[in-house]
Design a protein around this ligand. Structure first.
Ligand SMILES: [Zn+2]
Length: 271
């Protein structure tokens, strides 16, 4: 016969095993968080971006994309999502209106402290979903290496557009670019209102310089094509939607495979 106390225990256990009330760290209560991490959730996704001119999409495209990708990855990874770090280290586009560049020293100190904090909270796997390249990628890599060694946590830094370069070729039949067809499509799929199609012309785009050939500061275009003649924006909603779906799947697979390999190698077993 079930006692009241027994029923309460059963109810509490059922509650503890149910899905988190939110995957977002900023929406969880501290008591919920304590129940989840690390007992039930070992992984956190950290989106990082910057504010930077992006052709005919929003200056926050490098925030919009990784926040959306992290949201799409979280359930399959059984992960929480840390609040995005919106300001970043912008490179040669920092002269454009509305673009911000945080100094490398300030960024290193701030993001390093965020990684330390996530490790101290008990997460075992930190997946950085980075939305902005240039100097920021190398900085994130070195911060991840240092925090991993210091805290014995496993950290994967991902640059979604590079992870998904084959998906770009497959979806659009050509390579993309910074604010090129691929990145513009990602934003179009997330929120078409963020795309100012009427402002677009191919003349806004510029192939990037061949290695060592020339450099311009500020760079003369915010649409920077990876290959000459490829990546000019065509606004195809169906292709954009397919691209977003494939990007989230590829990013999820990369994270799952990496965690499985870490586990198989016995890296940083709980002590
Ligand atoms: Zn971007």
């Amino acid at each position: 016969m079930k006692t009241l106390a027994g029923l309460l225990v059963v109810t509490a256990l059922a509650q503890a095993q149910s899905a988190p009330s939110s995957r977002r760290m900023d929406e969880l209560n501290w008591m919920e968080f304590r129940e989840l991490v690390p007992a039930r959730v070992e992984t956190v996704l950290l989106p990082t971006g910057t504010l930077e001119s992006h052709g005919v999409v929003n200056n926050g495209a490098d925030i919009t994309a990784p926040v959306d990708i992290a949201a799409g990855m979280a359930t399959k990874l059984n992960a929480l999502i840390a609040p995005v770090i919106p300001y970043g280290v912008t490179g040669s586009l920092d002269g454009y209106a509305g673009t911000f560049a945080i100094s490398e020293a300030a960024y290193r100190a701030y993001v390093g402290d965020v990684l330390d904090g996530l490790a101290r909270q008990g997460f075992r796997n930190i997946i950085v979903v980075n939305g902005h390249g240039g100097p920021q990628t190398a900085i994130l890599n070195s911060l991840a290496e240092a925090a991993s060694r210091k805290h014995r946590v496993r950290i994967l830094v991902t640059n979604w557009w590079a992870v998904c370069s084959e998906i770009t070729l497959k979806t659009f039949g050509e390579d993309g670019g910074h604010a090129g067809w691929n990145e513009t499509a990602m934003i179009q799929a997330i929120d078409p209102k963020l795309v100012k199609q009427e402002r677009y012309s191919d003349a806004l785009a510029q192939p990037r310089a061949a290695e060592g050939s020339w450099a311009a500061f500020p760079f003369p275009s915010s649409i920077i094509l990876y290959q000459p003649g490829q990546g000019y924006v065509k606004f195809d909603q169906a292709k954009a939607d397919a691209y977003r779906k494939a990007v989230i799947e590829r990013m999820t697979t990369l994270a799952i495979e990496t965690i499985e390999k870490w586990n198989r190698a016995g890296l940083y077993e709980r002590r």
